[in-house]
Design a protein around this ligand. Structure first.
Ligand code: C5P
Length: 416
C-alpha cells in the first residue's frame, strides 16, 4: 500500500512536470488566524506548490483536519505517536521531504518551542529535525508580541536563520489594536515563492518593496482627490522583481490591474495609509517608489456628503500636505533599504528637476520620465526614461513599461 502511494505520487509529479516539484510542509498553530491558513493553502496550490500540513492540537480548535485535508489533497499529520503515520511517513521523513517548512500561524508558544529547541509534539519535533529553511508567520495578541520573552525568541530565531513574514498591525480578534496580526495569505505566499526560487536567481533572498498607483484622498464619503496614474509601471516592476527571485511587497493605491503573480499586495487608499504600510513592510533591500502620491489631502474630511448650498457658493476645501513617503524612507537613520529609487514624472526640464529631486529626497536613483500629454505615458504601455544618479545620467530609448521594468530590476540586482 505504502509503495503504491509513493509510486502514484511519483507518477503525478512526473505528469505535472516541474509545476509540482516545489513543495512545502505547513505547520498550522493554534490561533484565531488559523482560518487564514486555508486561504494560504489555496493560494499555494494555485501557484503549483504542493502542500503537506501538520495541524497542532491547538490548531485543531480553529480549523478542522477535514478542511485542511480537502484543500491540500493530502493526509493531515497530527500525532507524533501515530503508528499508521510513522509506518507511512515517519516524522523525520516528513520534516525533510518538503523544500521549505512554513509555520503559519506561528503562535507565541510555537516560537518559544522553536527558540529553545523543545520537541514534545509532532510540530516541534519536526521543526527540530528538519534540514530545510523555515519561514515563520507570527500571529498573537499585541502584548504577547511585545513581551520581552517573545522578542528574545524572535531575535534568537532570526540569528538561527529562520525567515519571518509579518506580523502586521491592526484590529485584533480580541478587540485590542496593534502589531501581531498574521500577514495576509498573499504576502505569506510571496515570501514562500521567494524562498523557493532557484538559488541562481540574482534577487533570491532579497526583499523588494514597491509603491504603485495613485492615492485617493477623501473629501467626503463619496468624493475624493486623486490622479491619472494607472499603476502599470509599478506593477510591471513587481513582476520583473518576482521573475528575478525577489520577495516582493507591492503597496498599491486603487488601480484596475491584476495582482502580479508571486507578489504580496497591500492595498491602500490614502498617502497616510501608504506610508504606514511601507513602514510596516520594512526591512527591505530595495525600495522603489513609483506611486503617484497626492501632494495634498483634505484637512478635515466631511462625515456626510457635502450638499450644494442654497446661495450657490461652492464649499471651500482646506488642504493639508501629505507625508513624502520616499523622502521619509530614504532619510531614515535606522532600517534604510540599501537602494532607494524614486520616480519623477515631469512635463519640462526633466533631467534638471530629477537631479534636484535626487538630492532633496535623499534617494540613490531617480527614474525620470516626461509625462507631457504628447508622450502618452499616463495609462499608456510605453515609457522613455532617464536614470539619474550621483554618477550621472543614463538615457534609455523608448521602451515598453515591461521592458523598462526588466532592465531596471536587472540594473538594481547588480547594485544591491
Ligand atoms: O515630488 P514628486 O511627486 O515629483 O516625487 C516623485 C517621487 O516621490 C516618486 O517616486 C513618488 O512615488 C515619491 N513620492 C512619495 N510621497 C509623496 C510624493 C512623492 O513617495 N508624498
Amino acid at each position: 500500500m505504502q509503495a503504491l502511494r509513493r509510486w502514484l505520487s511519483l507518477l503525478r509529479n512526473w505528469c505535472l512536470g516541474d509545476q509540482m516539484t516545489r513543495s512545502i510542509l505547513l505547520i498550522i498553530g493554534g490561533g484565531i488566524a488559523a482560518y487564514k491558513s486555508l486561504e494560504l493553502i489555496r493560494e499555494l496550490k494555485k501557484r503549483g506548490i504542493g502542500v503537506k500540513a501538520i495541524l497542532t492540537k491547538a490548531g485543531e480548535q480553529f480549523v478542522t483536519p477535514l478542511a485542511v485535508g480537502a484543500l491540500t489533497g493530502e493526509k493531515v499529520y497530527q500525532d507524533l505517536f501515530s503508528l499508521t503515520d510513522e509506518t507511512e511517513m515517519g516524522h523525520i521523513e516528513l520534516s525533510r521531504a518538503a523544500d521549505l517548512v512554513v509555520v503559519a500561524p506561528a503562535t507565541a508558544d510555537l516560537l518559544a518551542k522553536m527558540a529553545t529547541g523543545l520537541a514534545n509534539d509532532l510540530a516541534s519535533t519536526t521543526l527540530l529535525a528538519t534540514d530545510k529553511n523555515v519561514l515563520a508567520a507570527p500571529a498573537m495578541n499585541v502584548r504577547m508580541w511585545h513581551h520581552a520573552a517573545t522578542q528574545r525568541n524572535i531575535k534568537q530565531l532570526k540569528s538561527d536563520g529562520v525567515a519571518f513574514v509579518g506580523p502586521g498591525e491592526g484590529e485584533m480578534a480580541c478587540g485590542e489594536y496593534g502589531l501581531g496580526r498574521l500577514a495576509e495569505p498573499l504576502e505569506i505566499a510571496a515570501a514562500i515563492d521567494a524562498l523557493l526560487a532557484p538559488d541562481d536567481l540574482p534577487l533570491k533572498g532579497k526583499h523588494v518593496l514597491i509603491t504603485a498607483g495613485p492615492t485617493r484622498e477623501p473629501i467626503d464619503p463619496v468624493r475624493y482627490i486623486s490622479n491619472q496614474s494607472s499603476g502599470k509601471q509599478g506593477y510591471a516592476i513587481a513582476e520583473a522583481a518576482v521573475r528575478l527571485g525577489a520577495q516582493v511587497t507591492l503597496v498599491s493605491g486603487p488601480v484596475s490591474l491584476p495582482i502580479p503573480p508571486g507578489a504580496g499586495m497591500i492595498p491602500v487608499q490614502t498617502a497616510e495609509e501608504m506610508l504606514k504600510a511601507v513602514e510596516q513592510s520594512l526591512p527591505a533591500d530595495i525600495a522603489i517608489f513609483t506611486a503617484a502620491v497626492a501632494d495634498w489631502r483634505v484637512a478635515s474630511v466631511a462625515g456626510e456628503k457635502i450638499k450644494k448650498r442654497s446661495d450657490g457658493k461652492p464649499p471651500t476645501l482646506s488642504l493639508a500636505e501629505n507625508p513624502d513617503i520616499l523622502r521619509s524612507i530614504a532619510t531614515r537613520k535606522n532600517g534604510r533599504p540599501k537602494l532607494v529609487v524614486g520616480f519623477a514624472a515631469e512635463t519640462e526640464n526633466v533631467i534638471t528637476h530629477a537631479q534636484e529631486k535626487l538630492t532633496k529626497k535623499g534617494c540613490d536613483l531617480i527614474v525620470a520620465n516626461d509625462v507631457s500629454e504628447e508622450q502618452g505615458v499616463f495609462g499608456g504601455d510605453a515609457n522613455t526614461v532617464h536614470l539619474v544618479s550621483k554618477s550621472g545620467v543614463e538615457n534609455w530609448p523608448k521602451l515598453s513599461k515591461a521592458e523598462v521594468a526588466t532592465r531596471l530590476m536587472q540594473k538594481l540586482s547588480e547594485m544591491a
